[in-house]
Design a protein around this ligand. Structure first.
Ligand code: SDX
Length: 428
């Protein structure tokens, strides 16, 4: 394989190095392009063809439906690991020993109390505020209570900041939920596991003992693993871009939460359930919605379908589909929306429009059905995605800072007005 790429513009030839990754992906290194060509850039809206960085954290193969965290397959991790262990793997690069995992959990617990003054900010929100807006604001506010920005050169400082955000974020997610439900804010219980503690903070009632359901714990733990990282997706790229200006870890994650909120990204899990509910209200006529999704004059999209990278199946969707059926059976729930989801997916997957565009169910298509079965209200679905994605955001931010990546500052192709003289009112 020639290690050079040739570009010819106006009869001039330019050579660029070709890089080959550990999974044999190929990238043309155009770092020198603008300099050697006296100003030529590339244009790639949405960065569909552009690698923004080299990364050693997560590998995706969209054609083969492969997802691996630090070389471990998502199928094995979902089956054999737990969320705290996967968080350690993503952030530090290796699966923890038993004592490393215990210490990690203990260090997270020690920093999990949120300053009581954060409640004053939370009180300022209306009950109707969307949890993602609350979470982005409260996460950014954490910076005010932890003003010393992370010294990335200090392993200890970095570790402390990582434990802080992993400890406090679940509290903020639970508080955002309890604020919406009008429940007193809870502090959790350090005798519990990481995910169990979160569930208790979310659902415990002040007037009765909370009974933990292992089916709910396992299902949520698996969902969080499946959402933990996904290479350079929109919200992770946002965390890296904001962090590249040397903004702090909490501020960068707050920006990532806002990016995840969008219905084309993490907000899709809420949009999927709203779509399935609309179909149910509409008599279950999913053919009508498939026709709308295919109609170019109709902005409606089949939410939970399609993916920028997976042009075959999304391995996470396959795992979540099986988990959804198991959880509903274990909890004895017969959710007609799952039947609609199954029928809709079957119909779409046999339809030329979706097949020709490689549109398959993605991670968001079935996850909402499980969240709903676990008693999580729809507006909290994307907040659950954020809780899952937190370790990935941390890992990617840390990698970007430790690799001393330059500040992100793309160029553009200007297509506006050329130079023109100022006009007085009379001339306008
Ligand atoms: C996530 O990037 C990640 O890794 C994200 C994520 C993660 O873990 O971080 O996996 C999480 O965000 C999953 C995706 C959740 N979003 C949705 O489910 C929203 C619905 N899907 C889309 O809007 C869309 O598929 C995207 C945004 C996911 C991907 O869009 P692309 O890659 O930019 O593709 P595109 O918009 O250029 O569409 C290509 C064609 C178009 O038709 P043509 O112009 O070629 O005729 O496919 C059509 C689109 O109109 N199309 C759809 C469709 N998705 C794409 N048509 C109907 N329904 C859809 N869902």
């Amino acid at each position: 394989m020639s290690k050079k790429a040739i570009l010819e513009v106006d009869g001039k030839r330019y050579e660029f190095p070709v890089l080959i990754g550990t999974e044999n992906e190929i990238a043309i290194d155009i770092k020198a392009l603008r300099g050697v060509t006296n100003g030529i850039t590339t244009l790639d809206p949405g960065f569909k063809n552009t690698s923004s960085c080299e990364s050693a954290i997560t590998f995706l193969d969209g054609e083969k439906g492969i997802l691996r965290y630090r070389g471990y397959s998502i199928e094995e991790l979902a089956d054999k690991s737990d969320f705290l262990e996967v968080a350690y793997l993503l952030i530090f690069g290796e699966l923890p020993t038993e004592e490393q995992k215990l210490k990690f959990h203990r260090d997270i617990q020690k920093t999990s109390l949120v300053d009581e003054d954060i409640k004053k900010i939370l009180d300022g929100f209306p009950k109707s505020a969307h949890p993602m807006g609350v979470l982005s604001a409260l996460t950014s506010a954490l910076t005010a209570f932890n003003p010393k920005s992370v010294n990335v050169e200090s392993e200890e400082d970095m570790y402390r900041a990582i434990c802080k955000i992993l400890g406090k974020f679940p509290v903020l997610v639970a508080w955002a939920y309890r604020k919406e439900e009008g429940l007193p804010l809870a502090y959790g219980d350090n005798s519990l596991g990481y995910v169990e503690n979160f569930i208790k903070m979310m659902f415990e009632l002040p007037n009765e003992e909370y009974k933990m359901n292992p089916v709910v714990v396992d299902a949520l733990d698996k969902l969080l693993i499946l959402h933990a990282d996904h290479e350079q997706n929109c919200s992770t790229s946002t965390v890296r871009v904001v962090g590249s200006s040397h903004a702090g870890l909490f501020a960068s994650i707050s920006a990532g939460i806002s990016a995840l909120w969008g219905p084309l990204h993490g907000g899709a899990n809420q949009a999927v359930i709203e779509m399935l509910e609309a179909i149910k209200e509409d008599g279950g006529d999913y053919q009508k919605y498939i026709a709308k999704a295919k109609d170019k004059n109709d902005p409606f999209r089949l939410m939970g379908f399609g993916h920028r990278v997976y042009k075959n199946f999304d391995p996470r969707a396959n795992i979540i589909k099986v988990a959804a059926e198991e959880v509903l059976a274990d909890l004895g729930i017969d959710d007609p929306v799952l039947d609609i989801a199954r029928g809709l997916a079957k119909e779409a997957l046999s339809d030329e429009y979706f097949k020709s565009r490689n549109l398959y169910p993605n991670v968001d298509f079935y996850s909402g059905i499980i969240y709903r079965a676990l008693g999580i209200p729809v507006p909290m679905f994307t907040a659950m995605f954020a809780l899952g994605r937190l370790p990935g955001w941390i890992a990617q931010w840390k990698e970007m800072r430790l690799r001393k990546e330059p500040i992100s500052r793309p160029r553009q192709l200007y297509i506006g007005e050329t130079l023109r003289p100022f006009k007085s009112f009379e001339e306008r």
